[in-house]
Design a protein around this ligand. Structure first.
Ligand code: DGL
Length: 258
């Protein structure tokens, strides 16, 4: 079988990576997609590094069994914990990771702090520290660990009073002097972008890495000559460790959530 027709595998600790996969579907609708969310073990961001590494390797093995031609680690936390080890082990398949999209936030050139919302693990790990060191003199970067936010999204809560109160408590201390932009450094957070805007006002730019990561995926497949040549819309298959049809339905809905 022509490898071009093989699916692209996506992985996240839960439903968050769908915010990346929907961007990939938008730019490569003719590809086939397989998504694995590990909602049973979410959240990852407050676990130990070893636990997240192990869960990530298990998920990659699952996707490889499905004959994927590329893998997107659509989780900032798993990327920071395991991407180098994964690339060292699986050398013949492109493995694309995701990191907080700080550069696009800096290039907006707006006055004020750039708030980087992410899980505690993402902000603690070396990958993020290196990114900060590289870019810190180009903008006022403020890391904001958001333990507890993934849980809202996993439960299907994308708005409402409770979530707004959580976000206000996190973000209000930074309203003064000024927030230039917010970087969503966790793939779950784009699903609550509207609620974040409600709390901060529409003039604060909110940036995520889903589109940039999808462009990188497309580039990698093109370089390998493995872009799907089909003219038909591709197939989408979703798996979740929390084997509940409600979760799977929620996932399909999220792909179409704007
Ligand atoms: N979507 C994951 C990320 O991008 C969430 C990690 C978690 O489960 O805490 O970091």
């Amino acid at each position: 079988m022509d490898i071009k027709n093989n699916p692209i595998g996506f992985f996240d600790s839960g439903v968050g990576g769908l915010s990346v996969m929907r961007e990939s579907i938008a730019i490569m609708p003719n590809e086939n997609y397989i998504y694995f969310g590990d909602s049973k073990n979410a959240p990852y961001g407050t676990k130990s590094l070893e636990e997240v590494r192990k869960l990530t390797f298990d998920a990659v093995e699952f996707l490889l069994m499905k004959n994927v031609k590329a893998i997107v680690i659509a989780c900032n936390t798993a990327t920071s914990a395991a991407i180098e080890d994964l690339r060292n082990k699986y050398t013949d398949i492109p493995i694309i990771g995701i990191e907080p999209a700080i550069k696009p936030a800096i290039s907006l050139n707006k006055e004020g702090n750039i708030i980087v919302m992410a899980t505690p693990m993402t902000l603690r790990e070396n990958k993020f520290k290196e990114l900060m060191n590289k870019l810190d003199d180009k903008g006022n970067l403020v890391p904001l660990p958001c333990a507890g936010l993934v849980e809202y999204i996993e439960q299907g809560i994308l708005g409402g009073n409770d979530l707004e109160s959580y976000l206000k408590e996190k973000l209000n201390p930074y309203l003064k002097p000024k927030i230039a932009s917010v970087v969503l450094g966790c793939t779950h957070y784009p699903f609550v972008k509207r609620t974040i805007s409600k709390v901060l006002g529409d003039d604060v730019a909110i940036i995520d890495g889903g589109h940039g990561t999808s462009l990188e995926l497309k580039r990698k497949l093109k370089d390998k000559g493995e872009l799907n040549a089909s003219k038909e819309k591709g197939k989408i298959e979703i798996y979740n460790s929390n084997n509940d049809s409600k979760v799977i339905d929620f996932c399909y809905n999220l792909i179409n959530t704007k």
